[in-house]
Write a protein that binds this ligand. Structure first.
Ligand SMILES: N[C@@H](CCC(=O)N[C@@H](CS)C(=O)NCC(=O)O)C(=O)O
Ligand code: FES
Length: 106
């Protein structure tokens, strides 16, 4: 499987996926730490990928999604954005709704 196929599979493997530096327990960058805090405040489950432990993903995800930096948040297979956009959506109360809808069991 090519790296682009692997990335696609990962993004589609879970309703909410955060590509970040480090892990939710031990974030390795303030931007990633902030994104984790916000997702946790939304109270819905999310999957994470540590791009520091996956250099191929770090090198190729920016091309895949046309977004240059980390963290990168995907909901239902689509890029939402980075830390700034996550904060903005959270402050408007929209991220909570997006995550609840994405992770709700019918
Ligand atoms: N304003 C950005 C901050 C993220 C950012 O600037 N990330 C940088 C430093 S952690 C980055 O990912 N650089 C590319 C790299 O390290 O591969 C956001 O909203 O997410
Ligand atoms: S690792 Fe330096 S700003 Fe994120």
């Amino acid at each position: 499987m090519s790296i682009m196929e692997q990335i696609k599979e990962t993004i589609e493997s879970s309703p909410v996926v955060l590509f970040m530096k480090g892990t939710p327990q031990f974030p390795q960058c303030g931007f990633s730490a902030r994104a984790v805090q916000i997702l946790q405040a939304c109270g819905a489950e999310f999957t994470h990928v540590d791009v520091l432990a996956n250099p191929e993903i770090r090198a190729n995800l920016p091309q895949y999604s046309n977004w240059p930096t980390f963290p990168q948040l995907y909901i239902n297979g689509e890029l939402v954005g980075g830390c700034d956009i996550a904060i903005e959506l959270f402050e408007k109360g929209e991220l909570q709704k997006m995550m609840q809808t994405a992770t709700a069991n019918p």
